[in-house]
Design a binder for this molecule. Structure first.
Ligand SMILES: C[S@@+](CC[C@H](N)C(=O)[O-])C[C@H]1O[C@@H](n2cnc3c(N)ncnc32)[C@H](O)[C@@H]1O
Length: 170
């Protein structure tokens, strides 16, 4: 008998609810790389399992919440690796499970998005090299440490296509 690969179901938000705020100054038990050179991205993006692939994460959604923007961006920029950072553990778990389910239901798609639980205010420089990140979507929780990052106020979920062409070279 043939064994069928089980398709993962999309997670239900009600099982991943958490208080709206998590203190970014508090000491959370977060695993983070000592420096960008120590970060192994291959478990997050299937493409990077090939050791000859030199792609890097170029878009970052800081405070990605339940991952709506990641999911919107994924088909718009299919060849760009996009990362969501989220401090709340249950919320980041939701995004991780959501991406796994989307990948399993749509073969070959959503492989360019991933999420990690971290405190972006403390550890952002541990993940990314200088000039690595081309676009950073943030809820303005950051003091920009990078000169190539700018911020505009918009509802990205609604208006993102108004700013960028599909797969625009930025
Ligand atoms: C206003 S919500 C926005 C969620 C999402 N970007 C959206 O537009 O629906 C801000 C999110 O940032 C997360 N957050 C706040 N401080 C953070 C930090 N220091 N590092 C990572 N995530 C953080 C919160 O847990 C929350 O989910």
């Amino acid at each position: 008998m043939e064994t069928e690969e089980r398709t993962l179901q999309l997670p239900q938000k009600r099982y991943y609810r958490q208080r709206a705020h998590s203190n970014p100054i508090a000491d959370h038990s977060v695993e983070y790389p000592p420096s960008p050179n120590d970060m192994d991205w291959s478990p997050l993006y299937p493409e990077l399992k090939d050791p000859t692939c030199e792609k890097k994460v170029e878009f970052v959604d800081v405070g990605c919440g339940y991952g709506g923007l990641l999911v919107t961006l994924s088909p718009m920029f299919p060849s760009t690796l996009i990362l969501g950072l989220e401090i709340r553990v249950k919320v980041s778990d939701y995004v991780i499970d959501r991406v796994a389910a989307l990948r399993s239901q749509n073969k070959g798609q959503y492989e360019n998005i991933a999420c990690i639980r971290t405190n972006a205010m403390k550890y952002l420089p541990n993940y990314f090299r200088k000039a690595q990140v081309r676009r950073c979507f943030a809820n303005c929780i950051l003091n920009s440490q990078y000169e190539n990052i700018a911020c505009i106020r918009t509802n990205a979920m609604k208006y993102l296509p108004n700013y960028f062409r599909k797969a625009q070279a930025l």
